[in-house]
Design a protein around this ligand. Structure first.
Ligand code: NDP
Ligand code: PYC
Length: 340
């Protein structure tokens, strides 16, 4: 923290981001949902998916590629299946619109799917799953993005960075949550490395000629990312394409073209959520207690940090001390809000 930094509460940052989204063409409902999502990512220290994303949201809205006023259509298609057509809007309002019906089905059946299509997801995925775990449920989600990852052994970009997020309740403590791109690095982190002039670790990307490179600019300018973990990450990325696009009716990461919309950055694809009620299985000691046992065993085996813990720690610090924005970021947000 320096003298020129700004400290904001979550509600003040959410209000500022809401103004930006509304100013650039979102309905009040969509603006409120996106702002809460982005502000909470910033609060939790998600460098690549917090306010760093605001210029990208704005340039995409200005390009006409996404409809910030879209009203999602929710369809009750089967006892365990809800489908939402986001109608070229953002994925988070589609999830919010379908949530009550999804929860009703999960409680009734023990499991339900939510398939969102024609949607734009430009955010971290954990905010989509963590709330389910806080209600005692287990949730998984998959999103495909834009073709920038070469499948294992391949020679051109085909997959998106395709994240997977998982959340499960624990008997004590915050839910267990992981949220990870299936590429060696998120695209947002490549952009941050390029901006800061940092080299990438080896085996993360290739250049325009398909040769290995550690230069983030080379990856961004015609090059591509690699999946994490070779053929294993590549198989998971393939699965994400199938679940988030083929199963939902959304586009594959290589299907859409935003060429007619200069400035567009948000992938127009799909998202799948699978939500389970572990109490429906009536499996003895109870899922949350078993999760606690697993965490204890992992700690005893030497794993000191659970996935999600860094984020929870940062959340607690932000709640105590405020969310810190440096002067340049603050100035940029003021400009986007039309206040500078
Ligand atoms: P990271 O590699 O930073 O982290 C992945 C997961 O591993 C997190 O749950 C993290 O927990 C956990 N973790 C990290 N280090 C450790 C450790 N040492 N021990 C135990 N657990 C650890 O995430 P990515 O860079 O892959 O993804 C960043 C974000 O980008 C995600 O939020 C993702 O959803 C988003 N994204 C979104 C896309 C989209 O299309 N919308 C596309 C691609 C990525 P913790 O949170 O506590 O650090
Ligand atoms: O960081 O890879 C990424 C990403 C793609 C879409 C939104 N975030």
């Amino acid at each position: 923290m320096t003298d020129s930094d700004h400290r904001l509460s979550l509600s003040d940052l959410t209000a500022l981001l809401t103004r930006i989204f509304e100013r650039h063409g979102c309905s009040p409902e969509v603006a409120a949902i996106l702002a809460a999502n982005c502000a909470s990512a910033q609060r939790d220290g998600a460098d690549s998916h917090g306010v760093f994303r605001m210029p990208g949201y704005v340039s995409t809205l200005q390009s006409g590629w996404v409809d910030g006023r879209a009203v999602p259509q929710v369809h009750d298609v089967a006892p365990g299946f809800v489908r939402v057509d986001a109608r070229n809007g953002f994925a988070q309002p589609a999830l919010a619109a379908a949530r009550p019906l999804l929860l009703e089905k999960v409680r009734r059946n023990g499991i339900a799917l939510l398939a969102i299509r024609d949607s734009h997801h430009f955010a971290a995925l954990w905010p989509d799953v963590e709330p389910f775990a806080r209600q005692g449920l287990v949730a998984l989600s998959f999103v495909n993005s834009m073709a920038c990852v070469v499948p294992h052994g391949g020679h051109r970009a085909l997959f998106g960075t395709n994240p997977i997020a998982f959340a499960a309740p624990r008997a004590e403590g915050d839910p267990l949550v992981f949220d990870m791109a299936t590429s060696a690095m998120a695209h947002g982190d490549i952009q941050i490395a390029a901006r800061e002039g940092r080299q990438l670790p080896p085996e993360h990307g290739v250049d325009l000629a398909g040769q290995p490179t550690q230069d983030p600019q080379a990856v961004l300018q015609g090059g591509a990312l690699l999946p994490f973990g070779g053929h294993k990450g590549s198989a998971l990325s393939m699965m994400v394409e199938l679940l988030a696009a083929a199963l939902t009716g959304g586009d594959f990461s290589f299907d859409f073209s935003w060429e007619q919309h200069p400035g567009a950055q948000t992938p127009r694809t799909g998202q799948l959520l699978i939500v389970m009620d572990p109490s429906a299985g009536n499996s003895g000691a109870g899922f949350a207690r078993r999760a606690e046992d697993l965490v204890l065993a992992m700690r005893a085996a030497g794993q000191s940090r659970m996935p999600g813990e860094r984020r929870y720690r940062q959340r607690a610090q932000s709640d105590r001390e405020g969310i810190v924005l440096d002067a340049a970021t603050w100035q940029r947000l003021q400009e986007l809000a039309g206040a500078a």
